[in-house]
Design a protein. Structure first.
Length: 445
């Protein structure tokens, strides 16, 4: 049987794959594992703006209470806000109901340990094992049943934390903020305004079904247009749960996570604050990032795709900055997970300190042409194990030589195979990528 937990919790179509029944069982299993041996342990629950969020929240909370663990509900709050509150309020665990950048029909459930870090694979496996034997567990009764309370000041606590991470005022900056009709729709504009910026919020009217729709970090085109039309200094785009950020410079050019990491890492190194003079990235980061970091004297440590693996490498190496091209960036001195608004504030601080436009700061890195194609498949494992695909990958890599690379991998959260190529010639890369996709489709038939 396939593992229930993916690289970022459990995801699926709400009410068909991720059902209230499953959420209830997950609540019971998670509460049993994470609250084990404690009388009235506490678990914090937050969610994004999806229409299915309240339904799953109710089921999850009921399951948690059924195991004698108390629930604290924050309502709509960015994922990193739950990590922060779980850690600082010394709760026993945190749970976020969100499918991040996925369409509104999807939803997800991911757990944080009391430390604010995402659960290791071993603990997720333990929860899954308990989920399959819930009938064997004792059900508390009487005063041992858990309770549910609302945390009315959750947003304010997280907002103040974000403000405290910003070293300087943002007065004089004009910022367009794309909230993705998601979890940052209120707190994002408030934080930037409180720090003195002129803020133009867009996609900040969630209705339960418009989260990530042609907006946010995966669709920054509307943000780019708004930045140019308004004459703003910079644009920032969150995703649905605001754990990642993508920027747009004053000319409307997209500045992805690789650029942001190069800009922030270089600034930290100049100020003697880049621990180990190192930056942790995944195999998806552009070759241009590696070249820019070499020129700046920054060591690049590479890991597999997924912010949890970035985090593992950060803790193992003693580095404090790492992330993904997608904008999922971890500033470990501030928070224990990727934090879109926090990352945006760190980028804005460099912008203010350098007194340079973002386009000039981004010029530290020259992006190698890259093609990324996603192909939906029925059986990711079958495709990835195919000798035919491995032979094609080897053929393409030989063709690209030292001037390029190919990476084919399964998505950790969707039924997709991702084909990525980098090299000097965009048209050639596109042709080669299509040839690889054709092989993937032939295997999946």
């Amino acid at each position: 049987m396939a593992r229930l937990f993916g690289t970022d919790g459990i995801r699926g179509k709400a009410n068909s794959e991720l059902t209230p029944e499953l959420a209830f069982k997950l609540g019971k299993a998670g509460a049993y594992v994470l609250g084990k041996g404690k009388e009235h342990a506490q678990i914090i629950i937050g969610k994004d703006t999806r229409i299915s969020g309240s339904m799953l929240e109710a089921a999850l909370a009921a399951g948690i209470c059924a195991m004698g663990v108390d629930v604290i509900k924050t309502g709509v709050l960015p994922t990193p806000g739950i990590a922060y509150l779980t850690r600082t309020l010394q709760a026993d665990a945190g749970v976020v109901i969100s499918a991040s950048h996925n369409p509104f029909e999807d939803n997800g459930i991911k757990f944080f340990a009391g430390s604010g870090y995402k659960l290791p694979d071993e603990m997720e496996d333990e929860i899954e094992a308990v989920l399959n034997r819930l009938d064997e567990l004792e059900s508390p009764s009487g005063s041992r049943i858990g309770t549910i309370m609302d945390m009315d000041d959750a947003s304010e606590k997280y907002e103040q934390f974000l403000i405290n991470t910003a070293p300087s005022s943002l007065e004089g900056l004009k910022i367009v903020l794309d909230c993705a009709n998601g979890a940052a729709y209120k707190i994002g504009p408030r934080v930037l305004t409180d720090l003195g910026a002129e803020v133009i919020p867009i996609f900040n009217q969630p209705n339960g079904t418009n989260i990530n729709v042609q907006c946010g970090s995966t669709h920054p085109e509307a943000l780019a247009k708004a930045v140019v039309e308004s004459g703003a200094d910079i644009g920032l785009a969150c995703d649905g749960d605001a754990d990642r950020i993508i920027a747009v410079d004053e000319k409307g050019q997209i500045i992805d996570g690789d650029y942001i990491m190069v800009i922030c890492a270089s600034a930290l190194k100049e100020n003697g604050k880049l621990a180990q003079d190192s930056l942790v990235v995944t195999v998806m980061s552009n070759m241009g990032l590696h070249k820019a970091c070499r020129q700046a004297g920054i060591h690049v440590l590479e890991t597999t795709v997924g912010d949890r693996y970035v985090m593992e490498k950060l803790k193992e190496s003693g580095a404090v900055l790492g992330g993904e091209q997608s904008g999922h960036i971890i500033f470990l001195e501030h928070n224990t997970t990727g934090d879109g608004l926090l990352s945006g504030l760190q980028l804005l601080d460099v912008l203010k300190a350098k007194q340079m436009p973002l386009s000039e700061l981004a010029a530290q890195m020259r992006r190698f042409p890259q093609v990324l194609l996603n192909t939906r498949v029925d059986n990711k494992d079958k495709v990835m194990a195919s000798g035919q695909l491995k032979e094609k990958i080897s053929e393409v890599q030989q063709h690209l030589g030292e001037d390029g690379r190919i990476l084919v991998r399964p998505s950790g959260t969707e039924s997709l195979i991702r084909v990525m190529l980098e090299g000097p010639d965009q048209e050639e890369l596109a042709s080669l990528a299509q040839a690889v996709v054709a092989v993937v489709k032939s295997i999946d038939c």
